[in-house]
Design a protein around this ligand. Structure first.
Ligand code: AGP
Length: 588
């Protein structure tokens, strides 16, 4: 998934600084390379650099370019390695183009263009689109005609921004499955998300699939997929859309970990469950990916225990390809931080197409995202912009919404939710102790996470946090499952990280830990004051504040986030932009 940005100055100022500012906000979407192009006095000028945005900034210091209209791109490589040749923008004689998405028919288009004598400098699908536009210009079409014909020709997912030498005052924009927002303020901006353009805009338009727009310094003309001029509603830029930077923290991730008490507090204030929300619901189907999938697994425990509703949690990328049975009166609950994950979006659309008795609801952190616009009902996690690629505050906010839903008929538990923000504050105070554990495990090659009942999904989530930013191979297991094979992994080196607070599962979990201790010397336990009494000094313990057992998943996520964070910092890896990853996965 890449980030795209376009800026047009109303006062003929140089747009390069705004483009770089937008690219900095979009780097979480991919950082294999970055580039930008502007319309200058000498026509279309382009500059690109491999690796993170700072490399492009350093190049610009040596070879500055400027112009009042420009586009930029930060790349997560799909077709072709992370090299300068494959970095966007793609430039031909008369057009420059950036793209987020995948063009499925690029090979046949490329072969046709090669036969016509056109040449290529990259392995990307995007360059094929740029050269196709060049060919249509060479055939005598105007920029608008060429752009519209291209939209009728390419197949796949895209968010395109294009500037033509013949129309230097216009940015041509088109969207299909990949996100795009257009902002209006002291300049006119186009970006992959609202947070990348909100600094210079007061109003935003979200494009829908099939839309395209021509943007100039006077505004935007919108066209639907029939190329008819249409009006698009504008929404005001609100604080939760604004990425306020790291706020003095070393990384976005630690800032966002520390913001969890307030994110949970805000999420609790909203998201009241409508009276009849579960009427005529026979079962719940949860669709999600990654960390959001782990939230769904916790939801299953809660929905079945407290609402007695059969609940199925599906990995979105698998779901629609296995010809699933979709039973009538299913409540489909889609969980997604970004609201743009294409695997989740496609799974949702599959249900919509195959059974119209199902209701679609979304739990998302981004209103006006593609998934929130497709859902019939949206629960908004009030976590604010989450920039760190590893999801933290959005995850615990998702769990908070799931808890409000699951406990909606249990006033005692709903009351217990009010204790969460303070308990989270109290667990953040444990960072110093957790840092000591991080120091102990930072050089390990593997790690095992164990949990039971509603903490089993948190064992999975803790393992994902560690592996995705520190690159230590970590695996989460249901503790009772260890004896069926994984226990062979235990030796004196591998850290065995166990979630074992007091409560109904304590004895079972305690005996699982004893079995692990009999085979290894690196057992680490996260427990509470009552549970701690049962562990001898040989076990490294982190003692969390007490909370109702049903809320363990939310509270026990926090120390595991802190552990992954500190291990990564100690290893000198990039906490906010881990290798190979991107924040919002908008390609299948
Ligand atoms: C989170 O730590 C991961 N980076 C990733 O698994 C993420 O949860 C997943 O890609 C789903 O994203 P979404 O919640 O925006 O749909």
């Amino acid at each position: 998934m890449c980030g795209i940005i376009g800026v047009i100055s109303k006062d003929n100022n140089n747009v390069v600084p705004d483009i770089l500012n937008g690219l900095e906000k979009l780097e979480y979407r991919g950082y294999d390379s970055a580039g930008l192009a502007v319309v200058g006095a000498a026509g279309l000028k382009r500059i690109r650099a491999v690796g993170k945005l700072e490399n492009l900034i350093n190049k610009l210091k040596i070879n500055p370019i400027s112009g009042a209209v420009g586009i930029g791109h930060t790349r997560w490589a799909t077709h072709g390695k992370a090299t300068e040749e494959n970095a966007h923008p793609m430039l031909t004689r008369d057009v420059v183009l950036v793209h987020n998405g995948i063009i499925e028919n690029y090979k046949e288009l490329k072969s046709d263009l090669l036969k016509k004598g056109y040449e290529f400098t990259s392995q990307t699908d995007t360059e094929v689109v740029a050269v196709y536009l060049q060919m249509e210009l060479d055939n005598g079409l105007s920029p608008r005609e060429a752009f519209q014909k291209m939209l009728r020709t390419v197949r796949g997912t895209y968010a395109f921004l294009a500037i033509f030498k013949a129309r230097p005052d216009v940015i041509f924009c088109a969207k299909n499955k990949s996100p795009m927002a257009i902002g209006f303020g002291k300049s006119i901006c186009v970006g992959s998300d609202a947070s990348s353009i909100s600094a210079s805009c007061s109003e935003i338009v979200y494009l829908d699939d099939g839309d395209y727009a021509e943007v100039t310094k006077d505004g935007a003309t919108f066209f639907d997929d029939g190329f008819n001029v249409v009006d698009k509603p504008r929404v005001a830029v609100t604080d939760d859309l604004i990425n306020s930077g790291k706020g003095g923290y070393s990384h976005y991730m630690i800032k966002e970990i520390m913001e969890q008490p307030s994110a949970i507090r805000k999420t609790l204030l909203g998201n009241d469950v409508p009276q009849n929300f579960f009427d005529k619901v026979s079962r719940i189907l949860i669709l999600a990916c990654g960390t959001s999938y782990h939230a769904g697994l916790v939801g299953k425990y809660w929905f079945e225990k407290h609402l007695r509703l059969p609940t199925c949690v599906e990995i979105a990328s698998e779901y629609r390809y296995r010809s699933p049975v979709i039973e009538d009166d299913t409540l489909v609950l889609v969980i997604t931080q970004s609201g743009e994950t294409i695997d989740t979006l496609e799974a949702m659309e599959y249900v919509k197409k195959n059974n119209n008795t199902c209701r679609l609801a979304a739990i998302t952190n981004v209103l006006n995202s593609a998934i929130s616009r497709l859902a019939g009902f949206v629960f908004h996690t009030e976590a604010g912009v989450e920039v760190g690629v590893a999801s933290t505050k959005a995850f615990t906010a998702q769990l908070t919404v799931l808890a409000k839903l699951a406990f909606c008929e249990n006033f005692e538990l709903l009351g217990q939710l009010q204790n969460l923000p303070q308990a989270c504050e109290d667990s953040l105070v444990l960072k110093e102790d957790i840092d000591k554990i991080a120091f102990r495990i930072k050089d390990c090659s593997n790690a095992i996470y164990l949990g039971r009942d509603n903490l089993y999904p948190i064992a999975l989530e803790g393992a994902l946090k560690l592996k995705e930013i520190s690159y230590i191979h970590a695996e989460g297991f249901a503790a009772g499952e260890m004896k069926h094979g994984p226990i062979a992994l235990i030796d004196d080196i591998v850290p065995v990280i166990c979630l074992c607070p007091s409560g109904s599962m304590f004895d079972k979990m305690f005996s699982n830990i004893q079995v692990a201790q009999a085979r290894g010397k690196n057992v680490i336990v996260f427990t509470d004051f009552v549970g701690a009494k049962s562990f001898d000094k040989s076990v490294k313990k982190i003692v969390l504040p007490p909370i109702n057992q049903e809320l363990y998943p939310i509270l026990y996520s926090i120390p595991l986030q802190l552990l992954a964070y500190t291990v990564t910092v100690l290893k000198g890896e990039d906490v906010d932009k881990p290798r190979n990853l991107a924040k919002s996965v908008t390609v299948e």
